[in-house]
Design a protein around this ligand. Structure first.
Ligand code: HEM
Length: 250
């Protein structure tokens, strides 16, 4: 019985395609690592009181560390977005837009018990990737605004500290969480923007965590039930298909 099954499996025509070029694969795994580290430091920042981290120095130190790792994340994401315009076919940003037309065919095949094969993401995967990319960009932009308004770090920190400095005071001499030389009225003008950036940043992170869980669950189900080789394709760039790809004209 086992032999027959494996025999059948060998008789199935398996074609291996090149997908996810090297920059795309590198982005994916670097992004995963940096996002995990940023979530970890972010959670330390949020719950520092509960775990016994106190004092202004520690608070500012955690923020600086978060922002330095945040820069690496922002650089990696920016390179990926540029690669999405100039890179190979499977890296293109158009591959990340939701494929609403493909949904009906996808669902119909699944309902019939078939396993539609995709060279890139299946329509569900594309929806998840699109949402995650939007969230990543939102988190990056609000993080940079918050870094500027909270601890006067680049790229906006220089302009912010110049703006809030009292007349005759050098912007560069302004220290985070220190009122010396600061114009309180101008700080009040910036406050709503700072708060908004902070709120959008944190809520986008919660949504991102939810999307990561859904994405990983979706990949595991698809890998086991419909299309083996999805995870290894993101490592090796080779994807085995046992039938025609739904998303490519062969
Ligand atoms: C996916 C990437 C990121 C994740 C998961 C993340 C996570 C978090 C979390 C959970 C917080 C809440 C901590 C708090 O409010 O006390 C936070 C705050 C913060 N994040 Fe991020 N972050 C990311 C990217 C960035 C980037 C790219 C920057 C800027 C370079 C940045 C700058 C900041 C700053 C300045 C705060 C402090 C806000 C405050 O204390 O009010 N973050 N981040």
């Amino acid at each position: 019985m086992g032999e027959t099954m494996s025999h059948e499996a060998f008789n199935q025509e398996v074609k291996v395609y090149k997908v996810w070029d090297k920059p795309t694969r590198l982005f994916h795994w670097i992004n995963l690592g940096l996002v995990m580290v940023l979530i970890f430091i972010g959670m330390l920042m949020l719950f520092k009181g509960d775990i016994g981290i106190s004092g202004l120095e520690a608070k500012i130190g955690l923020k600086k560390l978060h922002v330095w790792v945040g820069y690496l994340f922002a650089i990696n994401l920016t390179i990926r977005l540029i690669w999405g315009v100039i890179g190979s076919h499977s890296a293109r940003l158009s591959q990340l837009l939701p494929d609403l037309k493909g949904f009906s065919g996808y669902k119909a095949k699944l309902a019939k018990g078939e396993s539609p094969q995709y060279l890139h993401h299946n329509p569900m995967g594309r929806l998840a990737i699109f949402a995650m990319m939007l969230l990543l960009v939102t988190i990056m932009l609000t993080g940079l605004v918050r870094a500027g308004t909270d601890i006067y770090y680049p790229p906006f920190g220089g302009a912010v500290s110049e703006y809030i400095a009292q007349p005759g005071v050098e912007g560069a001499s302004i220290k985070p969480y220190d009122d010396t030389g600061v114009d309180a009225q101008k700080v009040a003008v910036l406050k709503p923007y700072k708060s908004l950036a902070g709120e959008v940043h944190v809520y986008s992170v919660y949504l991102l965590i939810l999307m990561i869980v859904l994405h990983v669950a979706g990949v595991i189900v698809a890998e086991i039930k419909h299309q083996p080789g999805l995870v290894s394709a993101m490592i090796s760039g080779n994807k085995p298909l046992t039938g025609p790809a739904e998303d490519e004209k062969q």
